[in-house]
Design a binder for this molecule. Structure first.
Ligand code: GCW
Length: 707
């Protein structure tokens, strides 16, 4: 025995350690969170409310495709959250989640009402899709630990078309995409249906998004070929039960390049016929097709002006083709600007589109970027909002952070979206906010919409930066209800996605709420704009003075010289400020302009006195330094929540924050050192001097430009 004992002991030891290894492996792999499940995690709740414990079934009026997915989502979620399997039934004989169609429910055709009746949780709506949205809303209440005893939530979306715009190309790349390649496997479709399509639809439906433009606005006509339309139809089939319609961006010159016609002139009868037939072909395959999105005569894309026609003529060609299909709309983008060295790009979309107000068919919406230039970290609202009483305007926000540090910088964008939506246009007196223009209440638009340029891609966690998911989430929630606050949306997202620990929730919420202003400070404080790396749009490049077009340089925008800095858009120069209502002009006049917008509208001396008591130069430096300090605070805050966050996710965000800190310093040093060559003033007392020279910093930019 004595002889065998050590042997047996070692076998037992080996077995035990193997077992321990497997247990450890299993426990880490169940904890490791790769972010794929987004805000639909459904992990077991630590405390299950009694009403949930007593549930036995899910009652649904029918097993239509929409109600089937709603009931199955509830079933999967409740199983995950509580461990209970609820039976999906037609009639109730025990405590249940009851889905009920009620034609007189006081909500609109997509809205829902959640309530409790005895031991039941009741979702009622006028339509099936309302019940689907209500199901996700109920799950949100459960996941964020709201007391179900008092359940009483009524909600209806404020705008009709709530869309993602994918700038995805048929070769798999995504223009301005930072989270991998396209989600759509064009070579495999329509035969192979990636299960991820369904998860994409679930995620969107859960936040009320009801449409998706599948391809880039710099469009390829290939998407209109019979081969590709079958692929598009296959995606539409997956999305339909989730209330999501597909739309396509169209290439204006397709009649010529694809149809073989001699022209793409929008007034040519052959061209009109071609579009009518193409549209018919699409509706034969996709009966609920959403419509067309168009970028025309912008950044080299073809358009009606190639034939001396207007944007309204171009839009009419498509709106007429869509007339037989009442649900189909044209979304015509207003993002146009000519390369005029003496012009002001700020004004060009306005000048082009304002005279066309009233000239579009009722099934056309004009899609306007939130600001007049291009998705900068801060922009004033686009002057077209409030200026097109007879043309429904769709808001276009950008979720992919083209100018906000791609997927490496943390920037929670709800405050940016809200800042624009809450801006007062004064179109019909005080209170005519951009949001109320968009939802039709100011001008009585019959059609309404909001679009977000998607930040999704093939990365396992969908958005590259794990916190980028919050921007997708926030966009959907605000498109549904722009009155929600940024902090409420952040809290919801954190609780659904990261943790329900109160202390960690408030720390992360604080990080998110400060992140965008922090980024503005280290990139473009005080109203600076468009001073980033050429073409790639990454990193600082304020010295950029030569490019293919003047309005693709930085000096065009900051106009810094020895006297001062900023773009004078007042009466004495470009007059762009004059495009706004008198009240807005007053609020942004030199006397009243808040520091955040100052250099958007005024060229001011370096010694200009600021509300802080500092002169402009000193304030500018302080803001850049504050931006870097802000990122350091984000890092400390993130470190403090480590114990509450999944280790994989924690490490991922920590790594990105360290990049962000390094790059905030890069922005700070580049901008402060470059502007100093003009201001000829010292870095203010109390701020450490950059440890490198301007020449050294310039080289960093060059690295990103090497081919
Ligand atoms: O911001 C610019 C981007 C382009 C984009 C364009 C647009 C799709 O740099 O990549 O093209 O805007 O919105 O059309």
């Amino acid at each position: 025995m004595a002889f065998f004992y050590p042997f047996r002991k070692s076998i037992i030891f080996q077995r035990l350690s193997q077992l321990l290894f497997v247990v450890l492996l299993f426990s880490t792999s169940t904890r490791a969170d790769d972010g794929y499940r987004l805000w639909l995690k459904y992990d077991r709740l630590t405390k299950v409310q009694p009403i949930l414990q007593n549930l036995q079934g899910i009652i649904t009026p029918s097993d239509s495709p929409i109600l089937k997915v709603a009931a199955e989502e509830l079933q999967t979620a409740i199983k995950g959250l509580t461990g209970k399997t609820l039976a999906i039934q037609k009639t109730a004989n025990s405590a249940s989640i009851i889905l009920k169609i009620n034609p007189s429910e006081g909500v609109n055709n997509e809205g829902y009402h959640l309530s409790r009746s005895l031991g039941n949780l009741v979702i009622s709506a006028q339509t099936e899709v309302g019940l689907l949205y209500g199901s996700f809303a109920l799950l949100r209440e459960i996941q964020t630990l709201q007391p179900l005893e008092k359940l009483n939530v009524t909600s209806s979306p404020k705008v009709q078309h709530r869309l993602l715009n994918h700038w995805d190309n048929n070769n798999g790349s995504i223009e301005r995409g930072y989270a991998g390649s396209t989600l759509w496997h064009w070579f495999d479709l329509p035969d192979v249906i990636d299960p991820r399509y369904r998860d994409y639809a679930r995620a969107n439906a859960s936040i009320g998004i009801n449409g998706t433009v599948l391809n880039n606005v710099n469009a390829s006509a290939r998407f209109l070929t019979p081969e590709y339309l079958k692929k598009v139809a296959a995606l539409a089939d997956v999305f339909r039960p989730y209330g999501i319609k597909v739309y396509l961006s169209v290439f204006f010159a397709a009649p010529k390049t694809l149809g073989g016609l001699k022209t793409s002139d929008p007034l040519d009868p052959e061209v009109k016929r071609w579009w009518a037939e193409k549209t018919k072909e699409i509706y034969t395959l996709i009966p609920d097709f959403g419509g067309y999105l168009v970028k025309a005569n912008s950044e080299g894309e073809p358009g009606p002006q190639d034939y001396n026609r207007t944007h309204a003529d171009g839009a009419r060609m498509l709106s007429e083709a869509l007339m037989p299909y009442p649900q189909g709309v044209v979304m015509w983008r207003s993002f146009v600007y000519k390369a005029d060295p003496n012009g002001d790009r700020f004004k060009e979309g306005y000048e082009e589109f304002k005279p066309l107000d009233g000239k579009f068919d009722p099934n056309v919406l004009v899609q306007v970027k939130n600001g007049p230039i291009d998705f900068q970290p801060r922009e004033p609202f686009h002057p077209l909002f409030g200026a097109m009483p007879q043309t429904p305007l769709v808001m276009e926000f950008q979720l992919t952070q083209e100018y906000l540090g791609f997927a490496t910088h943390l920037a929670y964008m709800a405050p940016l979206f809200k800042e624009c939506l809450d801006s007062d246009t004064y179109a019909k007196g005080k209170g005519s906010t951009v949001a109320k223009v968009i939802d039709g209440s100011v001008h009585g638009y019959q059609k309404t919409g909001m679009a977000g340029v998607a930040n999704t891609g093939s990365d396992r966690n969908w958005t590259g930066h794990p916190m980028g998911q919050a921007n997708w989430y926030a966009f959907g929630r605000l498109a549904w209800n722009y009155s929600l606050s940024s902090d409420k949306i952040a809290e919801e997202w954190i609780r659904l996605t990261l943790t329900n620990d109160n202390k960690a929730v408030s720390t992360i919420q604080d990080m998110m709420l400060h992140s965008r202003e922090t980024l503005v400070n280290y990139m473009t404080p005080l109203g600076l704009h468009h001073i980033m790396g050429n073409s790639l749009h990454y990193g600082p490049n304020p010295w950029l003075a030569k490019n293919a077009r003047p309005d693709w340089t930085s000096v065009y925008y900051h106009k810094a010289d020895e006297k001062g800095i900023g773009f004078d858009r007042t009466e004495s120069s470009s007059k762009a400020l004059g495009l706004y209502a008198p009240e807005v002009q007053k609020q942004w006049s030199l006397a009243a302009c808040p520091p955040e917008y100052l250099l958007w509208f005024h060229h001011v001396p370096w010694t200009h006195p600021m509300p802080s008591g500092r002169i402009l130069w000193d304030e500018l430096c302080h803001r850049y330094y504050e931006g870097v300090a802000g990122v350091a605070r984000l890092q400390l805050q993130w470190d403090s929540v480590k114990s509450q966050i999944d280790p994989e996710l924690f490490t991922n965000v920590k790594g990105r924050l360290s990049i962000q800190h390094r790059e905030a310093l890069w922005w700070r040093d580049a901008c402060v050192l470059y502007f100093q060559t003009l201001s000829k003033r010292p870095i203010p007392e109390g701020l450490e001097k950059p440890t490198r020279t301007l020449e050294e910093v310039k080289k960093l930019v060059d690295v990103y430009q090497i081919r």
